[in-house]
Design a protein around this ligand. Structure first.
Ligand code: MV4
Length: 448
């Protein structure tokens, strides 16, 4: 087992990893930018190293600064959390070169899943259902138009370097094709330095359902059931739940088998997530694979009883997985509490938290790095806490979440709590029958 882990991240996920390390009796090193000197992860880690100024590019994204921090503290592994360097192939490779275990996939694995067209080809070969479309990248507008006519509009153009919705264009008919092509190429070229596109049939009004997988170095891969992340706004997830309100035993078995086949085909080790689109007929299609721990991992922990961070650390240390496939026991939901004004276009609201009270009681968990008197810096994402509930059923879970949100007090900054409170009373949300377009017609105007 590792002696000391450096956590190359900040915020709640840095706290989450420190907590897992403490329970595993592993020493911890926090890294922080000058904007984060008062953050809880700095106080809770055994050691802390300042790695630079507030700008991420000079701190949390600086590979030399982080490797130097690992060297001077003699850390033997690095946990990257999510975001920042968690899916940076170069960082994974450099860690290996320095003899520091990167708690995540190899550079090769990150590259093959990071290129969406390549990832899709791998999954298709493994027998995972994929959306009909181009075999690999498109070479010209003409090729794209021809294929779109064949598979029928609407279609979607996607940047192979994309993900999370960037560099994507829906095309409803041939007259829109040329502009969509140029816009997608321009956007992806500027954002990723790679403007290659591929094409798919557009799946209308899907749900976003993802399967958590874990693999060990002995070739064992298991799934830990699904998370439904259909409540999103502009590709930002706001609520996640498990089990999915539309899941059946048969669909879970089929999606779980597909996710395992996909992960096994690339000899996947560690924690990963296979994202699927699920259409109104219950057909599912591979969308992307995330080779990191995700923000919403706690709901899977709540319904399976597995500590995903501890398992990540254990398999990275070469220990075998000790459990099989999981079906959710009970119900769990997470809402993201962001320092944002939901009534004003989710405008960021950084600043000092003047008063803070966390909810508690049966089935309530709060993952956060904040405390009363903490100042939320403007430099990073605006998530301040994850509120997670566990309950026997979805109906009881929604009531429990509403109760917990009512107990939650955050003063000094605007948060997404009023939005979540309204959502818990929304008839469509309560019915469980909604798609990824749900929030497009939601009325945010009366939130204060
Ligand atoms: C799609 C799609 C419909 N059809 N692909 C959005 C993010 C990126 N991972 C892929 N995305 C989509 N791909 C086909 N063939 C619809 C989306 C999509 C979406 C997916 C999940 C959750 C929210 C979404 C919002 C808009 C579009």
């Amino acid at each position: 087992m590792f002696n000391k882990i450096l956590i190359a991240n900040r915020g709640e996920i840095a706290m989450r990893v420190i907590r897992a390390c403490k329970e595993l009796k592993i020493k911890t090193v926090a890294v922080y930018s000058t904007a984060d000197k008062d953050s809880l992860h700095v106080k809770f880690a055994d050691e802390a190293v300042c790695i630079g100024p507030p700008q991420s590019s000079q701190s949390y994204l600086s590979i030399p600064n982080i490797i130097a921090a690992a060297e001077i503290t003699n850390a033997d592994a690095i946990h990257p959390g999510y975001g920042f360097l968690s899916e940076n192939a170069e960082f994974s490779r450099i860690c290996a070169e320095y003899g520091i275990k990167f708690i995540g996939p190899t550079a090769e694995m990150i590259n093959s899943m990071g290129d969406k067209s390549t990832a899709k080809a791998f999954m298709k070969k493994a027998g995972v259902p994929v959306v009909p479309g181009s075999d690999g990248l498109l070479k010209s507008i003409e090729e794209g138009k021809k294929l779109a006519t064949k598979i029928k509009y609407p279609v979607i153009l996607k940047a192979t370097a994309g993900g999370g919705g960037r560099g994507m264009r829906i095309v409803n008919n041939e007259s829109e094709f040329e502009k969509a092509w140029k816009d997608a190429k321009q956007e992806s070229g500027a954002a990723f330095g790679n403007d290659e596109l591929y094409l798919e049939k557009f799946v209308e009004e899907p749900r976003h359902i993802e399967i958590q997988v874990m693999g060990d170095k002995f070739g064992k891969v298991v799934h830990l059931s699904e998370r439904d992340c259909s409540v999103q706004r502009r590709h930002q997830k706001l609520v996640e739940e498990s089990p999915s309100p539309v899941m059946t035993d048969r669909l879970r078995r089929r999606m779980g088998d597909a996710a395992i086949a996909g992960a096994k085909s690339i000899k996947y080790e560690g924690a990963g997530t296979i994202e699927f689109l699920v259409d109104k007929h219950g057909e599912f299609y591979f969308m992307e694979m995330n080779t990191r721990i995700q923000v919403e991992h706690p709901i899977t922990e709540e319904v399976t009883g597995i500590d995903l961070i501890k398992e990540q650390i254990k398999v990275a240390a070469g220990l075998p997985l000790t459990f099989g496939n999981m079906i959710p026991q009970g119900y769990s939901m997470e809402v993201r509490i962001n320092a944002e004004d939901a009534g004003n276009g989710f405008r960021p609201s950084p600043g000092k938290i003047t008063n803070l009270h966390f909810p508690g009681g049966n089935g309530v968990r709060v993952d956060t790095h904040t405390y009363s008197g903490y100042t939320i810096p403007p430099n990073y994402d605006s998530m301040v806490a994850k509120l997670i509930i566990k309950a026997p059923t979805r109906e009881e879970g929604i009531a429990r979440m509403k109760r917990a949100l009512q107990e939650f007090v955050i003063e000094g900054v605007k948060t997404t709590i009023p939005f979540h409170l309204k959502l818990m009373d929304d008839p469509t949300f309560k019915s469980g029958k909604f798609t990824t377009k749900f929030l497009e017609t939601f009325d945010f105007s009366d939130l204060k």
